[in-house]
Structures are given as C-alpha cells and as structure tokens.
Write a protein that binds this ligand. Structure first.
Ligand code: DLL
Length: 432
C-alpha cells in the first residue's frame, strides 16, 4: 500500500465500496426509523424496509432532506441520539432564515478527525508539517475540523483562527508554517499584508483552501502569489464540516469520503439521479453519523461525479470543483451565469486584481443589471487609460464568452472590503 494512503478503504474495489455503502445504509435506515420521528413518518409513507436495501442505487427510491427540514425541526428535532450523547454543536448562519444547528457524538468527532486527517494526507501533508489553520474557530466548522485532523495526522497545528492578517504573516513565518488552511479569499488578504513588507512565508509549500467557490484562474493566481500548490477542500456543516472531499496532487477532482457520505448528483428540477460527467446538485447520505444522520441531503451545490480510478491510485469517487450554488446563479437578461465564471474572465484580464464585487440592480426596463466592481493593480491604476481599457476588455470578453452584458467599474487598489472567512461577492440591491 502506498504510504500516501491514510485508510485502506480509499483503494478498495468499486464492488467492495458498494457493498460497504449498502450495509451502512441499511444500518442507518434502521436507526432513522427507530429514533427520528421525521424519518419514521417519511419512510413509513414509502413502505421502505431497511433490509430491502441491496445497493447504494436503492437510494434513488428514498426521500430527500432539505435545509428547510432542519429549520422546521430547529434546533435538535432531527437528532438521532439523546442530548446526553451529544458532545459538540456547530451551526451555520446562512444568508436567510434561522441558523442550522448540527450535533456530534464522541464517535462523530472521532470519525471527523479521522476524515480530516485523511483529507490532509490526500493533499500530501505529513507529520513533519506545520499547519497554520486560519479558518475561523467557533460555530463555523473550518477551524476545529482541520485542527483535529492535523493533530490526528501527527502534524503540528497552529490554531491561528482569523485574527488580524498582519499577525498571521508574522506568526506563520516565525513558526515555520509549511501548510496554510483558510478560505481562498482570506489567503489573498494575508498575502497582501506580506507584500507590504510585513514578512514573507519562505517555508510555505501548500495551501488547503475551501468553504467558498474559487475558479481555476483563482487557483493559478494564488499559486503564483505564494509560490505554493493550492488544493481544494470541500464540506458542509450539515454533512460534517470540511473533509467531505479533498483534492490530491493531481488536481483532477476532489476525493469523496464516500464510505461515510454516499454521494449522488441529481437534476435539481426533477430530482432524478444523473450519470457521471453531468452537472447537477450534490446530495449526500450521511450513513455513519450518530447524532445527525441525514438521508439524501440536498446541498444546493452544483458539481459532477467521476467514479474512475485516480492517477494517485485512490478508487474513491471524485466530485468536480463545485461550480457554485443553485441559489447563487445570476440571471442577467435571461443568461444564466455563476460568479466563478465571471471571476475566471476577470482574472484572465491583465492588471485586474482578484478583489471584486458583483452589484445587482433592477434596471429601468425592470431587467436585472450587473455591475462588476473590480480593483486594478497599482501599476494599472497609475495609468488611467490602461485601467479604462482593462475594464472595457473584461466587458467585451464577458459579452463574447458568456453572453453577459454588464458594466465594469475599475477601482483603485484596496477599495473593496477584505474578508476573513467566506467572501461576500454579491451585493443585491434589487429589492431595495
Ligand atoms: O464551509 C465547511 C468547510 C470549512 C469547507 C472549511 C471547507 C473548508 P458551511 O459553512 O456549512 O461549511 O458551508 C458549506 O460552503 O454547501 C458550499 O456551498 C460552500 N463550500 C464549501 N467548500 C467549498 C469549496 C463549510 N471547496 C457550503 N468550493 C457548501 C466551493 C464550497 N464551495
């Protein structure tokens, strides 16, 4: 077995994986029917007996769970254990409505630490590494999730959290950080501080970035600015937190922890499962979780699946880099577009910085108007004509490549707010 593999389950055959998933799904259904009234009712109405499940394909006949179900049963209604057995809570605020509260038993925390260690190992992290964790520690799962994973792996973990960006650089440099974990947008903020003469990051070799969508162009930008390899990590608190999937060095999709979270991609409008290679909504069944074993949870994230063996030797299914969320899709004069597609065009335009905002307004004809506000580099901004030309170039490429008509405002450097966590890219003034 290659030393890079954390758990032998990452290289079992597809048949063995299917058998493992079916067994775990049967066990999970039995627990849900016995302990969670919400699922007992749903499964009862469908006349599904856990022992009927023969393969993970049988999931297609089972009911979905959506975020609203968590809200309707707020805070603990979908928990499958008594609160005596819950040792940790996390929550995500979301953009609207009540928080979503998630719970973990001691076994859940242990499994999560193991999966986060697996994810770090998949990225090429080892015991010798010093991991600077600059994801938020708190109700957000990023900080504690990677923290426990790093410790489980035996690496040295620095729980930096999201303190001020200047301190981050000093700390990372002084402590000899080799791995940086934070959101892609926060990494740029940190880099900006170092660029201002507040130290450099000479030992850093790897970044593990996630919690928000980021394009391949953003990856190239970050890799160039730090001289590191930048890999994508995905997860969501409802499923567990970070480490639901992780890229390996080949960057050919994110390896899913599918022995715990059975993935499906469905057509978001019909709910029908889609084959590999087709983009749809990611759905997970958390078959081994004790406190909150959600069945067919609709994530709202768009991606596609691939079940081919990876060049790294792992046989686990991979998901593509998430394209965005179904609810982040912009419809500009009838054209559908995701913020990450705009980001990609923007970063292909020389002199424009990866700091931008998408401003949505209701135009005179009651159509949606989009204005892209993007910062210029120092050099570009010094020459006003070139800044204007860069803005025009971006406008034209968005028109010709994506069919999107919009305005572009090129701003002076450092005009837009920087984020410590998930960047807020969309400013929606349409209801105002
Ligand atoms: O963002 C967990 C996490 C922490 C993942 C640290 C990676 C690193 P939530 O706050 O519940 O959990 O938000 C989950 O964030 O449904 C996606 O829409 C988005 N998201 C997470 N990772 C990625 C990624 C954490 N790599 C929501 N690419 C998810 C794109 C991502 N979007």
């Amino acid at each position: 077995m290659s030393s890079a593999i954390w758990d032998p389950v990452e290289i079992i055959s597809r048949e063995e994986m299917a058998a493992l998933q079916a067994e775990r799904l049967r066990d999970c259904l039995a627990r849900l029917a016995a302990r969670v009234p919400f699922y007992r009712e749903k499964l009862g109405a469908m006349d599904v007996a856990p022992e009927d499940v023969r393969s993970p394909d049988d999931l297609a006949g089972l009911p979905f769970t959506v975020k609203q179900d968590l809200r309707d049963n707020y805070p603990y209604g979908l928990f499958a254990v008594s609160m005596d057995d819950v040792v940790r809570l996390h929550a995500s605020s979301g953009t609207s409505g009540k928080m979503t509260v998630v719970g973990y038993t001691a076994n859940d925390i242990d499994m999560w630490a193991d999966l986060a260690a697996r994810a770090l190992r998949t990225a090429g992290v080892d015991r010798q590494d010093i991991i600077h964790v600059a994801y938020g520690y708190g109700l957000f799962t990023g900080g504690l999730g990677l923290h426990y994973g790093g410790e489980r792996l035996g690496a040295t973990v620095v729980p930096a959290s999201t303190a001020n960006a200047r301190r981050q650089i000093e700390m990372a440099q002084d402590f000899g950080a080799t791995v940086l974990c934070c959101t892609p947008s926060y990494s740029l903020f940190i880099r900006e501080q170092a660029a201002e003469g507040e130290g450099n990051l000479s030992k850093l070799r790897l970044g593990i970035f996630g919690a928000e969508p980021w394009s391949e162009e953003m990856r190239a930008e970050i890799e160039a600015r730090f001289s590191i390899t930048a890999l994508d990590i995905y997860g969501l608190s409802e499923v567990i937190g970070p480490a639901v999937s992780m890229e390996c060095q080949y960057k050919q999709g994110l390896h899913l922890a599918e022995d715990h979270f059975i993935p499906e991609v469905i057509d978001p409008s019909t709910g029908e499962p889609l084959p590999d290679g087709e983009v749809g909504e990611l759905v997970f069944s958390c078959v081994t979780k004790e406190a909150l074993p959600l069945l067919r949870y609709r994530t709202g994230d768009l991606a596609m699946l691939n079940h081919e063996q990876c060049l790294c030797g792992r046989t686990t299914a991979r998901m593509s880099k998430p394209l965005g969320r179904t609810d982040d899709m912009l419809i500009i004069r009838g054209i559908n577009v995701f913020p990450a597609q705009i980001e990609a065009e923007l970063l292909r335009t020389d002199g424009l910085e990866p700091h931008y905002e998408l401003l949505l307004e209701r135009g005179e004809s009651r159509m949606d108007d989009l204005t892209i506000r993007v910062e210029a580099s120092e050099e570009l901004y010094r020459d006003g004509d070139s800044a204007y030309a860069a803005g025009r170039k971006l406008m034209m490429s968005l028109q010709s490549r994506l069919g999107v008509g919009c305005r572009v405002e090129v701003l002076a450097p450092k005009q837009l707010p920087r984020s410590e966590g998930k960047a807020v890219r969309i400013v929606d003034n349409r209801q105002v």
